[in-house]
Ligand binder design. Structure first.
Ligand SMILES: *Cc1c(COP(=O)(O)O)cnc(C)c1O
Length: 484
């Protein structure tokens, strides 16, 4: 039941204090003045508490159970980092406060920039972009400006492997480039021969998701970077999946010129909650002056300052300085984990993924099977052909069994794909329970396919009519008497 439907005239939860300042006649245009009270639900305090508690219990979350949503790194994020971000010294700051008053915040951002440089092997970072895709766009705008300034008018193509994250081609296109797709070989990695065919003077750069969306590390990454550099292009590393490589290798060491990270995946802010997020962009020294302004610098007198004077800056990509509380969580996470801790995170994330891959491969087909990084992809095409059960049906059935579904139908290069990312924070027992559930589903696919096709049955919302949902979406609540 919606809270509007619980409304009862005259019921209230709080009383506002009486007006204790003189009433003013404001000079507001007549059509802007509200003539009637807004229609808000009239409910008691207990009704409000019950309403929101009920809603929270309808939600699935990492705090409730296993959430193997591939490419999203839905790991557990320590609550202490939330508590730190909520400290009033951080949460009450105003972006218009003067530098003298916000030295602590600037110091935190400065050190976070330095930490991210260390983790990625880059020389400078901008904390401004608000999401991964936003970081990509920022990186693409830097590449465009770099070529503009160097008079490389012919460079209008960005190479993007077909195993890249879907945002990559979108970001390159938004920045005005022509996207050229590079094929994957039979091993799921960039097909070097196909890649070489596309190398020419018009190549402005490459965007490489690594590990790619199959969870595979590009073995020839240094060669790819070298060849792109040879034709005068720049190399962009999509580091949203850094959870796989922290403390083990660095995009900078692989020769990349630009990288973005998703703090709202790897660094203690949950991903996929509708924001806020943070997709910082790091560059090598020769691109430092292209970063969005301001960046945070340390002055000779030891104070921190917002530096706006970058010669070739692409300008601002977001208001103010980025999503600050996400930055606080990332800083707290990095400091509390330390270098060894971050390395362990990646080692265990990769171990968990490989454990799950091996277990599931006893009965499922793994696309491009072999050691993976933080995630892997199942190819359920045979299940569909044999028993008419789609990956979608299996994913829905997982909900009944108490798990969040993995990412499905992505990457596009695998039919009936199911992309599984267990993350480092799950126990072996939970991984085993997931394997059991998956095997149970396979048995059901064979013996009781109708059960899967009508799943889920136990969730607050059962199976949606997907065609109706896209043709006639109902995106807001309407009163019964209103036309739908
Ligand atoms: C999640 C992800 C992105 C996009 O990040 P958003 O914050 O959702 O925009 C880009 N690339 C890869 C590889 C990702 O996993």
């Amino acid at each position: 039941m919606l809270i509007f439907e619980k409304s009862h005239e005259g019921r209230y939860a709080v009383l506002l204090p009486a007006l204790d300042v003189p009433e003013m006649d404001l000079d507001v245009e007549d059509h802007l003045v509200r003539k009637a009270s807004p229609e808000l639900p009239e409910v008691s305090e207990l009704q409000v508490v019950r309403h929101y508690t009920e809603l929270s219990r309808k939600n699935y979350a990492v705090d409730v159970g296993f959430y193997p949503l591939g490419s999203c790194t839905m790991k557990y994020n320590p609550k202490v980092n939330d508590a730190l971000a909520e400290l009033e010294h951080f949460s009450y700051l105003h972006p218009y406060q003067c530098e003298e008053d916000i030295q602590g915040a600037l110091e935190l951002m400065y050190h976070l920039q330095r930490f991210l440089c260390e983790i990625t092997g880059m020389d400078a970072f901008s904390l401004q972009p608000a999401a991964g895709a936003h970081g990509e766009l920022t990186g693409m705008l830097i590449i465009r400006k770099y070529h503009d300034i160097h008079g490389n008018a012919e460079k209008k193509k960005i190479l993007v492997p077909d195993s890249a994250h879907g945002t990559n081609p979108a970001s390159a296109t938004m920045a005005g480039f022509e996207v050229v797709e590079i094929k994957s070989g039979p091993d799921g990695l960039v097909d070097i021969e196909d890649f070489k065919k596309h190398l020419d003077n018009e190549v402005a750069g490459i965007m490489l998701t690594n590990p790619n969306t199959l969870g595979l590390f590009e073995k020839e990454v240094d060669k790819i970077v070298e060849l792109v550099h040879e034709v005068g292009g720049l190399a962009y590393y999509d580091g949203a999946n850094l959870n796989a490589i922290m403390g083990i290798t660095k995009p900078g060491d692989m020769g990349f010129d630009i990288v973005h990270l998703n703090l709202h995946k790897t660094f203690s802010t949950p991903h996929g909650m509708g924001g806020p997020g943070s997709g910082p962009v790091g560059v090598k020294d020769f691109l430092k002056n292209y970063l969005p302004v301001p960046v945070i610098e340390k002055r000779d007198d030891g104070n921190y300052t917002l530096e706006y004077d970058l010669k070739h800056s692409i300008g601002k990509v977001r208001s103010f300085y980025g999503n600050f509380t996400v930055l606080v969580r990332a800083y707290a996470y990095i400091v509390s984990m330390g270098a060894e801790g971050l390395k362990k995170v990646s080692q265990v994330a990769v171990l968990n993924a490989n454990y799950l891959r091996r277990k599931l491969s006893e009965r499922f087909k793994v696309a491009y099977d072999g050691p993976c990084k933080h995630e892997f992809v199942l190819d359920n095409y045979e299940v569909w052909k044999k028993w008419g059960v789609k990956t979608l049906d299996m994913a829905k059935r997982l909900l009944d069994l108490g798990f969040h579904a993995p990412t499905i139908y992505f990457p596009l290069i695998v039919k009936e794909a199911m992309m599984i990312e267990p993350t480092e924070t799950e126990t072996k027992e939970d991984l085993d329970r997931f394997v059991e559930a998956m095997f149970q589903i396979l048995d059901e696919a064979e013996h009781n396919p109708e059960l899967l096709k009508s799943a889920p049955k136990t969730t607050p919302v059962s199976r949606l009519d997907e065609v109706k949902a896209s043709r006639h979406p109902i995106v807001r609540w309407k009163r019964e008497e209103e036309e739908i």
